[in-house]
Design a protein. Structure first.
Length: 403
């Protein structure tokens, strides 16, 4: 059994090449966009913000999955637990990028006396924004962002450290196991008060501060969760094809496929629920959100994201054989990640950019750079310990797991 993962030269080269593409896009974008008009300058920063938020949220999903499985005492995850551990242990990296980018936008970025991305930074007599200023202000944004990313990063690193410590614990010892269960409960409380509550309001919804939705945090969670599960599946399949994770069988892959299918439907439920309630109420301060996206210049992305994130999963992943086929699962995982990246694009871009939008070398190049950074960081973490969580008290159940 190949228990240690050695990063293949091809994977390392690929990750470095993708990072290089991202850096080239960043440099060219900086030269061409920062010297341009207000739209170009705004576009430079909002693209970085979108990718930083997206990758921070989907990596944090791995921490959530570990916590949920630990509380449920689920053995199904143990066979490939090292994968979400490695992803979750790198939340700090993308969270740090998120903090740097967002803090520059909030505290430095300013054009003609206003902030085109976070309008609430300089309300300038806007009664609605002034009424929300007790919550929407730079100090609160900084405090919530630092605390949120700090706690997410702490739990991601702590779960990884405790899992490795379990290997060195006396055989049959359950002390660390129950400590992980208790810590998991604490994380889920933190996650509920951040990802499922305040964090999406600050980072995303406040780019259109006159608009609000009580379902927005759940909608953002669903989009991030299904993308995070797709990310875990891609790493599991890759490691399996490399000759690692011999304990993983088609039952485990079937479970991951079911998560991708089920939460694609859950995302669609929230998508429709939010849309239906706003359409039915027909209030101008709410319908403006969909007016720009559905009937405006973003309509192709609006409908495209719906087709990719709902129609394709329900048509392709509904059958049992498709959820047990490596090629189909890999293809759909990549489609889902890209589809929800588009979803985050249409969540963030219309507020700051209005009808002026692009998806070309800069947007795709920055996305590729983040993908390369993710591959590089996670592969390095995976290579530092055994891929089999020895001495885990649920390991035997994982071996004989059936869907």
């Amino acid at each position: 059994m190949t228990e240690r993962f050695e990063v293949p030269a091809r994977l390392k080269t690929t990750s470095i090449a993708l990072i290089a593409i991202g850096l080239i896009a960043l440099v060219i974008g900086g030269i061409t966009l920062l010297g341009g008009n207000e739209f170009d300058k705004t576009r430079f920063w909002v693209v970085l913000l979108q990718d930083a938020i997206f990758f921070t949220l989907i990596t944090t999903v791995s921490v959530f999955v570990q916590a949920a499985a630990s509380l449920a005492q689920g053995s199904w995850i143990v066979a490939y637990r090292r994968v979400p551990e490695a992803i979750g242990a790198n939340v700090w990296l993308f969270g740090l990028i998120m903090l740097v980018v967002s803090f520059i936008i909030v505290f430095v970025f300013k054009i003609d006396g206003h902030n085109p991305i976070y309008e609430w930074v300089y309300p300038k007599g806007d009664k609605i924004l002034e009424g929300k200023s007790a919550f929407l202000n730079p100090g609160m944004f900084a405090a919530f962002s630092i605390i949120t990313i700090g706690l997410w990063s702490f739990f991601g690193l702590k779960f990884r450290a405790m899992s490795l410590a379990q290997e060195k614990a006396p055989k049959g010892s359950t002390k660390i196991y129950w400590n992980v269960v208790r810590l998991s409960g604490a994380f889920l409380l933190v996650y509920a008060l951040s990802q499922m509550s305040t964090t999406p309001w600050f980072w995303i919804m406040s780019t259109q501060p006159h608009w609000y939705s009580t379902m927005f945090s759940w909608y953002t969670f669903a989009s991030a969760f299904v993308s995070g599960m797709a990310l875990i599946l891609l790493w599991v399949v890759y490691l399996k094809n490399q000759g690692n994770l011999e304990l993983v069988n088609k039952e485990h892959l079937h479970d991951l496929g079911k998560f991708m299918f089920a939460f694609s439907i859950f995302w669609t439920y929230l998508w429709f629920d939010q849309y239906m309630l706003i359409w039915y109420s027909n209030q101008p301060e709410e319908t403006v959100y969909f007016k720009l996206r559905q009937q405006g210049p973003y309509s192709i992305i609006f409908y495209g994201a719906f087709i990719i994130n709902f129609c394709m999963p329900i048509l392709i992943l509904m059958s049992r054989p498709s959820k047990r086929n490596y090629f189909t699962l890999t293809f759909m995982a990549m489609v889902i990640i890209f589809g929800h990246w588009l979803d985050f694009y249409q969540m963030l871009m219309p507020g700051p950019l209005g009808s002026n939008w692009h998806i070309n070398f800069y947007e795709i190049g920055i996305f590729m750079g983040f993908v390369g950074l993710l591959i590089f960081a996670v592969s390095r973490t995976l290579s530092k310990a055994s891929l089999v969580p020895h001495n885990n008290i649920l390991l035997k159940e994982a071996v004989i797991h059936l869907s």
